[in-house]
Design a binder for this molecule. Structure first.
Ligand code: 5GP
Ligand code: MG
Ligand code: MG
Length: 178
């Protein structure tokens, strides 16, 4: 599996250091607000796990699953809820926890959907963002890293459901796609 990676973009150490910083910022903003962390399955599982453990206090979490990419590397443009939240977020302070914002289409849809449920506030935390790929402008309060417009895997991010377990984040070698 090591040979399948072309190059490492972010190491586990860099990711953890940045998540520690973000957790400090988030707790500064939310320590008195009973924030609900909302993760988007499945990519955000490791971001959620490490971010919530880096928080100086404890916060509840909930999960949502939507379809966006299918098994390929291109956005289908169609978003569908596969698993909805267990929590009624009306009147709650909600922080969406995401792995990556690429075109922004998925998160734009999720944000509109959650906004219609009338939370007290709604903000976004994403580990990665690809500014060059943006098709819609997403106001994202907490961003781990801006990265180049390349398809990356590892740290929860998959290619056809594989590679989520890689500790670092990197690009796949061309032979993987053929
Ligand atoms: P968007 O709608 O912003 O284009 O993409 C949303 C979802 O597509 C992300 O949450 C993620 O699951 C997937 N995605 C986008 N870019 C990448 C990438 O570079 N690598 C992987 N593995 N998934 C991506
Ligand atoms: Mg995601
Ligand atoms: Mg995926």
């Amino acid at each position: 599996m090591g040979n399948d990676l072309d190059h490492v973009l972010l190491t586990e150490e860099q990711i953890h250091a940045r998540l520690d910083e973000l957790a400090t910022e988030i707790w500064r903003d939310y320590h008195d607000k009973d924030v609900l962390l909302v993760g988007v399955l499945k990519g955000a599982i490791l971001v959620m796990a490490d971010l919530m453990r880096a928080l100086p206090g404890s916060a509840p979490m909930d999960w949502m699953a939507v379809s966006s990419y299918g098994s390929g590397t291109k956005s289908s443009g169609v978003v569908r809820i596969l698993k909805d939240l267990d929590t009624d977020i009306s009147g709650r302070h909600v922080l969406i926890v995401e792995d990556i914002i690429d075109s922004g289409l998925t998160l734009n849809w999720i944000r509109a959907n959650l906004t219609s449920r009338e939370p007290a506030s709604l903000e976004i935390c994403t580990l990665l963002r690809k500014p060059e790929a943006a098709k819609v402008d997403i106001d994202c309060k907490y961003v781990g890293f801006d990265i180049p417009n390349e398809f990356v895997v590892g740290y929860g991010l998959d290619y056809d459901e594989r590679y989520r377990n890689l500790r670092d984040i990197g690009t796949l070698a061309p032979h993987v796609y053929s």
